[in-house]
Design a protein around this ligand. Structure first.
Ligand SMILES: Nc1ncnc2c1ncn2[C@@H]1O[C@H](COP(=O)(O)OP(=O)(O)O)[C@@H](O)[C@H]1O
Ligand SMILES: [Mg+2]
Length: 335
């Protein structure tokens, strides 16, 4: 199954639904509105990314939905059970890897941790063969009997994910799975999560790391200051920007009149952003929203030709996920 076909394999069954979730933290002198009216769903087999800067509210969402903190209003349904009322039943089929490195018992070995966490699941005697295969898959089979405290942070994180997979949880929740890892461990975790994509679990992964989210999720929920900016699949997010943005590069041979022409362009064509100039080239980004902006683009081309300026490139801008997210985040700042 490849990543593109995956969307077709996402079932209709809703594993997690969050509706109108709001949460305040009270401190002696200050009230923090950590979450304001958050709503989204995770369907069976879907990988949803909660993306937002530090302090956006991602961990608070995870704490609310796992019953670790109380929320003020809204509704959370996990595996058809209400949180917090039926939390014990709801969490039966969920594996949670929280932020930080306290998910494992440090004084126990790799195998002892696996056996302990599997025993909590009432899965019966762990199947040694599948444990062995999993340990090979995460390159921990030579460390079966090593104490967890002796493992690197990256190896500990791989063990967390291996345990989550061995539990065959319907939903795996990961909070900042690559936080504090070096670049190699980071790469290994991303690779491992990409492999998990090919399985049937649903995953909710919270991270501030745009490239991690981009490389593994089907759907992204963008959070800012406790509020939701966007809830969409990554493909639609790209398409939204693909159909509207074009990049034009023109030869810069009228140095002396550059400023006049730039001013002229800016006043005439509002939907154009001048993205850069250098000795040989100007670059523009043209947003084409409707018929009139399309006419602007055509008029602009005639303008260059009339001024004897060669057009070097006119192409649909390839939308870069990180660029799109940054633009969405800064757009909200303007309003
Ligand atoms: N226990 C707490 N008491 C008071 N404020 C908190 C607490 N935990 C988080 N916050 C505040 O709630 C907001 C969201 O935090 P958090 O959910 O940890 O964000 P993220 O995980 O996206 O970095 C922040 O402003 C943070 O300071
Ligand atoms: Mg967090």
């Amino acid at each position: 199954m490849d990543v593109l076909n995956r969307a077709e394999d996402i079932g209709e069954e809703i594993v997690l639904s969050i509706d109108g979730l709001s949460k305040r933290y009270y401190k002696t002198k200050k009230t923090t509105f950590a979450l304001k009216d958050i709503s989204f769903r995770v369907r069976q087999g879907e990988i949803v990314g909660l993306l937002g800067a530090n302090g956006a509210g991602k961990t608070t969402i995870i704490k609310c939905l796992t019953g670790l903190v109380k929320y003020d209003s809204g509704e959370i349904t996990l595996n058809s059970f209400k949180i917090p009322e039926q939390q014990k039943h709801a969490l039966n089929d969920v594996a949670i890897v929280l932020e930080g490195n306290r998910n494992l018992y440090w004084r126990l070995t790799v195998m002892e941790n696996i056996r302990y966490f599997l025993s909590l699941r009432k899965m019966g005697k762990p199947d040694e063969k599948s444990i062995d295969e999993m340990l090979k898959r995460v390159s921990l089979h030579n460390d079966k009997h090593t104490l967890v405290e002796k493992l690197s942070r990256g190896m500990q994180q791989k063990l967390n994910i291996a345990i989550a997979l061995l539990c065959k949880a319907k939903l795996i929740i990961l909070d900042e799975p690559t936080l504090g890892l070096d670049i190699i461990a980071n790469h290994e975790i991303v690779k491992l999560l990409q492999e998990i994509k090919l399985q049937e679990n649903s995953i909710l992964v919270a991270s501030h790391d745009m490239s991690l989210i981009e490389s593994i999720v089907d759907r992204v929920v963008l959070i800012k200051n406790g509020g939701m900016l966007v809830d969409t699949d990554v493909k639609s997010l790209r398409q939204l920007f693909t159909s509207t943005a074009y990049r034009m590069c023109v030869e810069n041979k009228h140095n002396t009149t550059l400023q006049r022409i730039i001013d002229d362009i800016k006043s005439k064509y509002g939907s154009i952003v001048i993205d850069g100039t250098n000795e040989n080239m100007w670059q523009f980004i043209i947003n084409i929203y409707d018929k009139s902006s399309r006419e602007n683009a055509i008029e602009l081309m005639s303008y260059f030709l009339a001024n004897d300026i060669d057009i070097e490139k006119f192409e649909r801008e390839t939308p870069d996920f990180q660029h799109i997210v940054s633009r969405l985040l800064s757009r909200e700042l303007e309003s």
